[in-house]
Design a protein around this ligand. Structure first.
Ligand code: PMP
Length: 460
């Protein structure tokens, strides 16, 4: 429960008009009770204050005033792939600031947006030719869902307005995006009557990386495909699209699954006139070892969302791409338009830094970086397999996971990892890492050693 003292300082100053007496209070103290943090109570565990960031390092100050320099194992939730204060990204941003920082996108356009869209279409799976630039991953998912419903209506199927999604999936926190998240983890029950009721398939069978291939039990895969086929057959008249994170479910459990399931979703969707929406917000731009995770299945979607790493972690931006076929049906409809248009659509600063970030991915190039992360993480996390409290250790591309038998004590594990020189943010039973692509072999070794030591110390 929120205590009175948590909210009083800030509100009292505002009411009296007096200047806040902040000098003697640390940032963390000033934050607590004032700012909401993700999925956290106002009086939850104290955050760490970031006092600097460069390359793969963060400078942190704990609530007790202690300072730490840590290796970032999170890439700021999968986004800062080129590290902090990257000179090329800093320069791109400053150059755009010197030109203009924002203009509305209604009736206007600009070079950063056009260049970004052109590049995304070049990089994206075959057939994706049109781009909507949204202000966050969740918003791009909203736009993708709207587009699918508009498409079906325009194609003469107004009854097709629901979605088939996967148990264990995660697609964002806004209401429509939430509706296609796992119903339990997505806490649908907390918002009765407000979250659209979608259809869900079971979580697809797990796959492990063996000799560069994602391998799973073929009987389990076939059983899953049978359920997919049966569900689509019996609900085709109400379904607009199938929505999934290809091959790796991220925030819903860091679960790698069989590419055959993505292939089957593509085939079954096409057979029944449904669209396939791939959410590549977490997996896209190299993280799984392919530029887009759809490549594991050699599948091209009708609609795809990209975000997170798009701006190299600098600014909030996501993109929704769609096929020419989908766009042409909308264009031929009486409405002709896609019904969305936020104030900060195609923000020039975000687009300029995204263009620079995609250029860096090419130049470095990302493939070698992620391959090194995969080898390095496999070696560095291997000692965790010997720990009694560990259920599974797995790696895919630049993603390393230590899964425990029970829920992680997040504040204790975070503190232990920080003391071992690593920034990590576990959830549920998962201690996982997605380091920046620029991480050195030494950084990866520090991450592995730090995570293993923290798990042993806290859960041993
Ligand atoms: N889809 C996926 C697969 C994600 O991982 C996320 C963010 N974790 C989102 C959508 C939502 O993106 P955002 O947080 O930028 O709204």
């Amino acid at each position: 429960m929120l205590s009175r003292s948590d909210v009083e300082p800030a509100s009292r100053h505002r009411a009296s008009g007096a200047a806040p007496t902040v000098e003697n209070r640390s940032l963390v103290e000033r934050d607590r009770g004032l700012l909401w943090h993700p999925y956290a109570p106002l009086d939850g565990p104290a955050p760490y204050a970031v006092t600097g960031a460069a390359g793969t390092r963060l400078a942190l100050q704990a609530a007790d005033g202690k300072n730490f320099e840590v290796v970032d194992a999170m890439s700021s939730w999968w986004s800062a792939v080129h590290g902090y204060r990257n000179p090329a990204l800093d320069a791109a941003l400053l150059e755009q600031v010197g030109s203009f920082s924002h203009v509305m996108f209604g009736g206007l356009t600009h070079a950063p947006a056009v260049e970004l869209a052109e590049r995304l279409v070049e990089l994206a799976p075959e057939g994706l030719e049109h781009v909507f630039l949204a202000d966050s991953g969740s918003v791009s998912v909203e736009v993708a869902l709207k587009l699918a419903v508009q498409y079906q209506r325009a194609a003469g199927f107004p009854g097709r307005s629901r979605f088939l999604a996967l148990a264990g999936g995660y697609h964002g926190d806004t209401f429509a995006a939430m509706s296609v998240c796992d119903p339990v983890d997505g806490m649908h029950a907390e918002f009765p009557g407000l979250v659209a009721r979608q259809l869900f398939l079971p979580r697809p069978p797990a796959a492990r990386l063996v000799g560069g291939e994602l391998v799973s039990d073929p009987r389990e895969v076939q059983a899953w495909i049978d359920v997919l086929e049966e569900t689509v057959r019996s609900h085709r008249d109400e379904l607009a699209a199938v929505v999934l994170e290809p091959v790796l479910q991220g925030a819903g459990g860091m679960h790698s699954y069989a590419p055959e399931c993505v292939q089957a979703a593509r085939r079954v969707a096409s057979e029944h006139g449904l669209l396939l929406i791939l959410d590549e917000i977490a997996t896209g731009l190299g993280r799984t070892g392919k530029l887009f995770a759809a490549e594991w299945a050699a599948v091209a979607p009708d609609i795809m969302c990209v975000g997170k790493a798009l701006t190299g972690g600098y600014l909030t931006l996501a993109a929704m791409l769609c096929s020419r076929e989908v766009a042409s049906v909308i264009t031929a409809s009486p409405l002709r338009a896609l019904l969305h248009g936020p104030t900060f659509m195609a923000n020039p600063l975000a687009c300029a830094v995204a263009v620079a970030s995609l250029k860096l991915l090419d130049e470095v190039p990302w493939r070698g970086q992620v391959a090194s992360l995969e080898t390095g993480l496999a070696a560095a996390l291997a000692p965790a397999t010997g720990l009694a409290q560990v259920r599974d250790v797995r790696v895919l591309g630049g993603v390393g996971v230590i899964q425990l038998h029970s829920a992680v004590n997040v504040p204790a594990l975070t503190r232990a990892a920080v003391e071992h020189g690593v920034w990590v943010r576990p959830f549920r039973d998962l201690v996982y890492t997605m380091p920046p692509y620029v991480s050195t072999a030494a950084d990866v070794a520090v991450i592995g050693a730090g995570l293993c030591a923290a798990v042993e110390q806290v859960h041993g």
